[in-house]
Design a protein around this ligand. Structure first.
Ligand code: AQP
Length: 338
């Protein structure tokens, strides 16, 4: 990690753009829970990212509380990790503007998530959706975060954040001012796929409710969705090589592995040769065992938005004490009158 000498620090965020799902849990939140014990952590509800696509103002606040409740229900302790919402810390946007002037158009043109989300009609996509990865770099670097736990879909954005940090350090002769943040992606559950299409990632904005297991789903809903999950007619293979070109089977085995703490190979050792008629009920039982208690706690916490608001206010105050200092230093480095 170059010659950066600052403390190890963790930043990550989730958009309040809909219901939290199994992919968000396995790809991100579960890692957050582990890291809060070993690192100085900042876990954000990135509401400014959420509005890069239209959000109903009547729902956005509740969706923000929903993410906070999900963090807590999954095991994040706000006395250990700061839990905040992005719009409460203006330093994110201030640094993002300076980074907009560091990043190159060519770098942003290569971002595949923009192409996926903007679709064919990119002329009608918001400017915010295009510059989203620059704001994400600012989110991370305003805390000089050294580690960023994310799912696989964020890999390219993390590379951009590293490029921006490097270019800023070089151009302003501020050697090692910003760290080169390391993505923490590996591990089971880094890419959970839709239950209706094993080639598309599980997503909050999937139009089909059946494609996504939400943390708020009760045991019946979870079991129903897994029973209806798309599969192929073949039995499960005994070796992982047999999962190739079987995206739906591979996804369900991956979910079982991630939740049971076993490898895909160990899961196939147990279920190889069995049809989905036997595997799906076992998977449903495991998902219900691990996720339904989080859902119950999530619903309990959501009933008290005042408590969730006070957690956000406390987290934002802690975050501002670091982020404001970074922006003041950056203004000095860039040559603004301060
Ligand atoms: N399917 C997934 N598998 C593993 N990790 C995932 N993440 C998201 N989907 C999966 C990880 O969750 C964190 C928060 O993601 P986000 O809310 O910032 O945005 P996203 O990646 O765009 O998630 P969605 O659910 O697909 O939202 P929408 O539909 O609004 O775009 C990130 O660490 C992400 O990697």
């Amino acid at each position: 990690m170059t010659g950066y000498k600052g403390p190890n620090r963790v930043f990550s965020g989730i958009q309040p753009s809909g219901g939290m799902h199994l992919g968000n849990y396995l790809g991100a939140i579960r890692k957050f829970v582990d890291m809060q014990h070993t690192h100085d952590c900042y876990f954000c509800v990135v509401d400014m990212h959420a509005i890069t696509a239209w959000q109903d103002p009547k729902k956005l606040r509740d969706q923000t509380f929903h993410i906070v409740a999900s963090y807590l229900a999954a095991g994040i302790d706000p006395r250990k990790a700061a839990v905040l919402h992005q719009s409460a810390v203006p330093a994110h946007a201030e640094l993002a503007w300076i980074f907009n002037c560091v990043a190159r158009l060519g770098w942003l043109d290569r971002m595949t998530q923009f192409k996926d989300k903007a679709g064919k009609d990119k002329e009608r996509a918001s400017v915010g959706l295009y510059t989203y990865p620059v704001l994400m770099a600012a989110d991370i670097l305003v805390y000089k975060a050294t580690h960023v736990p994310v799912g696989e879909d964020q890999k390219q954005h993390l590379e951009l954040a590293r490029d921006i940090a490097g270019k800023f350090n070089r151009e302003f002769e501020a050697a090692d001012y910003f760290p080169s943040p390391e993505p923490l992606i590996k591990g089971p559950g880094a890419r959970v796929m839709s239950l209706r299409d094993g080639t598309a990632k599980m997503s909050k904005s999937d139009p089909s409710e059946q494609a996504t297991i939400y943390l708020s789903d009760d045991a019946d809903a979870i079991a129903r969705k897994i029973k209806k999950a798309k599969t192929d007619p073949e039995p499960l293979p005994s070796e992982t090589a047999g999962l190739e070109n079987r995206p739906e089977a591979s996804n369900l085995v991956g979910i079982y592995a991630a939740l049971s703490g076993k490898t895909d190979a160990a899961v196939l050792k147990e279920f190889g040769g069995e049809g989905f008629g036997k595997f799906k009920p076992a998977l449903a039982g495991l998902v219900v065992e691990k996720i339904a208690p989080i859902g119950a706690e999530l619903r309990r916490l959501e009933a008290d938005p005042g408590h969730l608001r006070s957690i956000l206010m406390d987290g934002a105050a802690r975050a501002r004490s670091i982020a404001d200092k970074t922006v003041a230093e950056v203004k000095e480095i860039v040559g603004f009158v301060v």
